[in-house]
Structure formats: structure tokens, C-alpha cells
Design a protein around this ligand. Structure first.
Ligand code: SF4
Ligand code: SF4
Length: 172
């Protein structure tokens, strides 16, 4: 159990960090497949911050928080290297994301932004069963939190403009 996430006052955020603390999409380091392409952005990129995370990263050494108009939300920009226990939720779940379906259920599917960039996000290149099990548990935590669900709806609407969301939601 790490130290960083315990600083959050938000109960569901703590639970999400705990669930996704010690699992990765692959058992081995998937960064070896792609030279860690997802950590190679420039100053215009950034990882979405879930509600409650901004306070933890603002002013933190090695991180900068920016508002992203496309998402209508804050993102964090990093130096390209970090301690696993200190990375934001978006990095823990990449290349997957959570989407809210019409019936209110929160589902796990590849992150549209990862397609064409991350080898794991392509159809058929599945993550480890343990990782996906934790992701589904995290989806249940998110579903019970109205603030997090509203955030996912907002971001999901922005992502819908980027790709075939309906098709992604059918992926297992
Ligand atoms: S999540 Fe995808 S892009 Fe990131 S290191 Fe793993 S394989 Fe590479
Ligand atoms: S915070 Fe860490 S995992 Fe996330 S993009 Fe930066 S270096 Fe990669």
C-alpha cells in the first residue's frame, strides 16, 4: 500500500488509488514494447486529472497542472519519469478508460486516445486478467460517486468526438 494516495481527503479516490496501486496492464513492463510511448508527451500533452487529484499535484515538484479546454478539465504535465506510487489515476489506467453508458453503468474500454499509439490498446491485445478485474472494481467505485460519474460523462462527451466510442464499448 503506497503513501501518496492516502493524502486524498476523498474516500473514493483513495480506494481507486489502492485498487490500481500494484497492478499494471501487463505482468511485465509493457514500456519495453514501445519505449514507454505514453510517457513521451510534450508540454501540450497531459494526463487528465480526476476530481480531487488537482490539489495533490498542484505545486508538486516535477508536475504542472494546466486547464485543458478540449476536455473542460485539468490535466497534469510531468517530466516523463515518476515513482509508480505517485502517478495520477489516468496513468494507472492507461491505455484504458472508464465510460458511462446510457444506463448509468461505468464500463472499462480502451482509451480512444491510445489507439495507434499504444500496442495494448489495439483489438485483441488484451491486458492481464488481474488488471482488468481491478479496473472493473474501480468502475464500481466510480459508479457510486456522483462527482466522478459526472466527470466521466463530461470527458466521455469530449472523447466521442475523437473516435468510435460505441464500437470500443463492445470490446472485452
Ligand atoms: S501502456 Fe501502452 S504506450 Fe504505455 S508503456 Fe505500455 S504499451 Fe507502451
Ligand atoms: S506521470 Fe509517470 S506514468 Fe504518467 S505520463 Fe508521467 S512519467 Fe508517465
Amino acid at each position: 500500500m503506497g503513501f501518496f494516495y492516502r493524502r486524498f481527503s476523498d474516500e473514493s479516490l483513495n480506494k481507486l488509488y489502492e485498487l490500481l496501486e500494484d497492478v499494471t496492464p501487463l505482468r511485465d513492463d509493457c514500456g519495453l514494447l514501445c519505449c514507454a510511448a505514453c510517457c513521451e508527451g510534450d508540454g501540450n500533452d497531459g494526463m487528465l486529472l480526476f476530481p480531487g487529484e488537482k490539489e495533490a499535484f498542484e505545486g508538486k515538484e516535477g508536475y504542472a497542472v494546466r486547464y485543458n479546454t478540449a476536455y473542460g478539465s485539468d490535466v497534469v504535465i510531468c517530466t516523463g519519469a515518476c515513482e509508480r506510487t505517485e502517478r495520477p489515476l489516468s496513468c494507472r489506467i492507461y491505455p484504458y478508460f472508464f465510460y458511462v453508458k446510457d444506463d448509468g453503468k461505468v464500463t472499462v474500454a480502451p482509451d480512444i486516445r491510445a489507439l495507434g499509439r499504444c500496442p495494448l490498446a489495439e483489438k485483441g491485445a488484451g491486458a492481464s486478467p488481474l488488471f482488468l478485474r481491478r479496473m472493473r472494481m474501480a468502475a464500481l467505485v466510480l459508479k457510486r460517486d456522483p462527482t466522478q460519474t459526472a466527470f466521466l460523462r463530461q470527458v466521455g462527451a469530449a472523447l466521442t468526438d475523437l473516435g468510435p466510442l460505441e464500437e470500443l464499448l463492445t470490446l472485452k
